[in-house]
Ligand binder design. Structure first.
Ligand code: NAP
Length: 334
């Protein structure tokens, strides 16, 4: 296998997370080229010195390392495997690192297809949220063994991360990330239940969150997002539709392994409902709106009548905004 030294980096998908991560790569002095579906979302990076590429092929030309951080498995598949995609256009010996939360099976497929082309691809989903991306303190969940990665690449990864967890093989990074998301999903439902109970019991919600944070009832989710729910701040750091996607991927993964996950099923049903009634592009903390009265939900853009209209996902009646192919919905379970 060819190993290249690292100076030129491409970044595809500069949304909430990608723009912050790409900013750290630029600040660290690498020559950065960016591409993303909505060009305006790369404007700030270009103003800070990144080069803009019109398409994936232009972005990866000459790059030693290519990062991708798009939304859904379908986006990953398109970016990597289409005829003008990353695998077709990257330079021999380049490192291809997918930061998207996506399917373990797709990560393995990309890894194997890349090897044939003399490219090194691995999955590297992240945790730490928008705050961690901005601070450069993300945890990386890596579908490779540490000894496979050259020192120069580890140095590049450390410019936007505080911790790197190695899971040894392609796809295992995504599997581990889905474990994290399953736990997160139940933590979200747990704190939403708790805040609803606090309100019905006439308690101060902030005081209840504080109490939970000082004992074993709290979680990272209740600590970071609980105060936003209480304040009615539903701006997205992590989109509700992305958590629905992640729980759907985890449920599909568990089914393959013959495991039932009742907590994740409950969380899936609640986040799916939130997305159906207009909350797909709100932050995950909007889960608490499912317990609120209709007027409060309407003020945040929710419309409960859309729940009745939805007829599921298997015949094009899916409430999500994404394209569907013959296989049904785009990576999430509707
Ligand atoms: P986001 O803001 O929607 O960013 C994804 C970006 O990828 C969007 O700007 C999107 O373009 C772009 N994109 C999609 N398909 C593309 C394609 N074919 N070519 C070029 N660009 C494409 O979402 P995010 O919050 O950054 O999350 C990205 C991924 O990380 C998701 O899988 C999410 O589950 C995961 N994640 C998110 C967080 C978080 O806290 N936000 C934390 C950990 C992991 P448009 O702007 O046109 O839609």
């Amino acid at each position: 296998m060819i190993h290249k030294t690292i100076s030129k980096v491409a970044f595809i998908g500069t949304g909430i997370m990608g723009s912050a991560i790409a900013g750290h790569i630029l600040d660290a002095g690498y020559a950065l080229t960016v591409n993303t579906r909505t060009p305006g979302k790369a404007r700030a990076l270009v103003e800070c010195g990144a080069s803009w590429a019109e398409d994936v092929a232009g972005a990866v030309a000459g790059a030693d390392v290519v990062f991708t951080m798009v939304g859904y498995p379908e986006d990953v598949e398109d970016v990597y495997l289409s005829s003008e995609g990353v695998l077709a256009c990257a330079e021999k010996g380049a490192w291809l690192i997918d930061l998207t939360t996506s399917s373990p099976e797709l990560a393995r497929d990309i890894h194997e297809a890349a090897e044939i082309e003399d490219l090194h691809a691995f999955d590297c989903p992240v945790t730490g949220g928008q705050g961690g991306a901005r601070a450069g303190t993300l945890t990386l969940i890596i579908g490779a063994a540490e000894e496979e990665l050259p020192e120069e690449l580890l140095e590049l990864l450390s410019c936007f991360s505080a911790k790197r967890c190695f899971f040894g093989r392609a796809g295992a990074g995504q599997s581990a990330k889905l474990c994290n998301q399953v736990s997160l999903a139940s933590c979200m439902v747990g704190y939403a239940d708790a805040l609803a109970l606090a309100e019905q019991a006439g308690l101060d919600a902030g005081a209840v969150l504080e109490l939970m944070g000082s004992g074993t009832g709290g979680s990272g989710a209740s600590a970071v997002l609980g105060p936003k729910s209480v304040a009615g701040d539903y701006a997205p750091g992590f989109l509700a539709e992305h958590l629905r996607k992640d729980i759907g991927l985890a449920l599909a993964h568990s089914e393959e392994l013959g495991l039932s996950m009742p907590g994740a099923e409950t969380a899936y049903a609640l986040f799916d409902l939130l997305c159906q009634i207009g909350g797909a592009r709100l932050g995950t903390q909007a889960i608490t709106l499912l317990y609120a009265d209709e007027a409060e939900g309407a003020a945040a853009g929710l419309d409960w009548s859309r729940a009745e209209q939805s007829d599921g996902c298997d015949d094009g009646g899916c409430p999500c905004d994404h394209d569907h192919d013959g296989d049904g919905c785009c990576g999430h379970r509707c």
